[in-house]
Design a binder for this molecule. Structure first.
Ligand code: NAP
Length: 257
């Protein structure tokens, strides 16, 4: 299906952590798909170039600074999206951080920070946005999980959060289905972003070598790009995907279990 056929003018989408990496690619893609896009990130100034790019391409966008783990800030940001761009009926919970360490070295702060952004953040954003979706009788929520949900050395906090997001996804799908709202999760494998560059730095391997080694383990023979994830979001949020809900799709260049 061409991008032209996926266009949905008139709806508003919110993407968290959209200043860079996967979130920025999702925001750009949804802009091209015809959504007005709220580009949420910790730093409003960091999200502005993405919003400007969407507008330069003929779309509508707004950059908002918000910490997704901050209850009041989330309520205010979602209300501002509704007032300035339109009722947010698409939400992509993408904001994420890593605080990797082996269990015996992991601090309670590392644990809480990761749970705060991924789980509390997705909960607060979804709770704020569902009001507009259920009122509209239409909505799409997409949560960013990870192949790390299946277990990954040095990521006890992140793996637990990403596995938690899968249970969160399925539960919201059950609760919100009757309101025309679908809820799905994408679990990416290795995607080339600042986050994977930080992992390479942590283990002391040059990023190019790190990517080449990862690509050898991936059936399609390459690492992922942010656009691979954006294309999957575009599928979940389109009109005709209304019977696809509560699913976790691994976008990893091969099977995962
Ligand atoms: P990234 O390049 O590190 O970008 C993450 C973005 O989230 C940054 O712009 C960051 O802002 C923002 N953010 C962090 N904490 C936030 C908060 N409390 N409130 C609002 N925004 C916040 O990461 P990415 O690689 O694009 O990953 C995006 C998502 O995909 C994450 O959920 C990640 O766990 C998931 N994922 C990534 C991979 C991969 O291989 N890259 C694989 C599986 C899953 P700052 O720049 O200000 O910190």
């Amino acid at each position: 299906m061409s991008e032209q056929e996926t266009r949905q003018p008139g709806r508003t989408a919110v993407v968290t952590g959209a200043a860079r990496g996967i979130g920025a690619a999702i925001a750009r893609r949804l802009g091209r798909d015809g959504f007005a896009v709220a580009v949420l990130d910790l730093d409003e100034a960091a999200g502005k170039p993405v919003a400007e790019e969407i507008e330069a391409a003929g779309g509508r966008a707004l950059a908002i600074g918000v910490d997704v783990a901050d209850e009041q800030a989330v309520e205010a940001a979602v209300a501002r999206v509704a007032a300035e761009l339109g009722a947010p009926t698409v939400l992509v919970n993408n904001a994420g951080i890593i605080r990797d360490n082996l269990l015996f070295k992991m601090t309670a702060g590392d644990w809480d920070a990761v749970m705060g952004v991924h789980l509390r953040g997705a909960f607060l954003m979804s709770r704020a946005a569902q009001k507009y979706m259920t009122e509209a009788g239409w909505g799409r929520i997409v949560n960013l999980s990870s192949t790390s949900a299946l277990g990954n050395r040095g990521q006890a906090n992140y793996a637990a959060a990403k596995a938690g997001l899968q249970g969160f996804t399925k539960t919201l799908a059950i609760e919100l289905g009757r309101f025309g709202v679908t809820v799905n999760a994408i679990a990416p494998g290795f995607i080339e972003t600042d986050m994977t560059a930080a992992t390479a730095a942590r283990v002391g391997v040059p990023f190019e070598d790190f990517k080449a080694a990862a690509a050898k383990q991936i059936p399609v023979g390459r690492v992922g790009r942010p656009e691979d994830i954006a294309a999957t979001v575009s599928f979940f949020v389109r009109e005709e995907s209304s019977f696809v809900s509560g699913q976790v799709i691994y976008v990893a260049g091969g099977p995962c279990d």
